[in-house]
Design a protein around this ligand. Structure first.
Ligand SMILES: [Zn+2]
Length: 281
């Protein structure tokens, strides 16, 4: 599967365009803080409630050229800077590698190479090591985000992109700051990771979430509201909470320590941090 490595620029229009492109992967429309929930709806993915379930036996609901709709899917289809899962569908006809996903009102379509017996159940298998890496990167990105948000008075994220090599980059709207101050956050970030803050999800009414400062922190990270009008919040209890649609670890100390590998100025406003997990550089 091709890894999304879209360039994120400092220009808000460009950022938005990249996010549209990112979300086009899931065929979902752009989520903007302030949009009425009824205008944008996000399906509740199985993996959001069950991030540690890597295998699921399920029923094929429909299939057409090269794609299969499952009754329930354990896969994360990508979005919000987190790469789509990798994995396979195991059926009586053999093993089909999943190459892409499409989210529709009916559920998640799985693009595969080959055919499957429609009468049979399939075993959907998520590539565990890749999912775990994404959960680790995603959790650590919240810690990085939290420390920058707190250290620089509400600095907003303008883009994020995780990578399969154990690194991620994050863009912040931080005009006129000394990059050394950003670099100095590496130690407190690692202390926060080591502290073992629990990570949990909750759902808040969209209007309530909109009213809490910092909860809908960026266009790039805020998922659309659910069908019931709530928005999913990821809370690192004692450290941070913000709207997010991805998968995460259960505790920050399940992640490795990080290094801030690079800080780049992207225009007058944007600072881009490249962050790597220990051992990934
Ligand atoms: Zn997240």
């Amino acid at each position: 599967m091709a890894e999304a490595t879209a360039e994120l620029g400092h220009d808000p229009e460009k950022c938005e365009a990249v996010f549209r492109k990112d979300h086009a992967q899931t065929r979902k429309s752009l989520a903007l803080p302030g949009c009425k929930p009824e205008e944008q709806e996000m399906p509740r993915y199985f993996c959001q409630d069950n991030p540690a379930v890597y295998e699921l036996e399920t029923t094929v609901l429909d299939a057409d050229a090269g794609r299969i709709l499952l009754e329930q899917s354990p896969f994360y289809p990508g979005g919000g800077g987190q790469l789509a899962d990798r994995g396979r569908l195991v059926s009586s006809r053999g093993v089909l590698e999943v190459t892409d996903f499409e989210v529709t009102d009916r559920g998640i379509w799985h693009y595969v190479q080959g055919t499957v017996d429609l009468s049979a159940n399939v075993l959907a298998q998520v590539d565990r090591s890749f999912r775990d890496l994404m959960c680790e990167l995603h959790t650590v990105s919240h810690v990085v985000n939290a420390l920058v948000f707190q250290g620089f008075e509400g600095a907003l994220v303008t883009g994020v992109q995780m990578s399969g090599d154990g690194t991620f980059r994050m863009d912040f709207d931080l005009p006129g700051i000394d990059n050394d101050r950003l670099q100095q956050l590496e130690a407190p970030m690692n202390e926060a990771i080591k502290a073992g803050y629990p990570v949990r999800q909750l759902y808040l009414p969209f209007q309530q979430a909109s009213a809490e400062p910092g909860l809908l922190r960026s266009k790039a990270l805020t998922p659309p509201a659910q069908a019931d009008g709530t928005v999913r919040i990821i809370e690192i209890t004692g450290l941070d909470r913000q709207a997010c649609g991805g998968t995460h670890l259960a505790s920050t100390d399940q992640a490795r320590a990080i290094r801030i590998l690079k800080i780049e100025n992207k225009g007058r406003h944007n600072r881009r941090l490249k962050v790597g997990l220990q051992g990934s550089e």
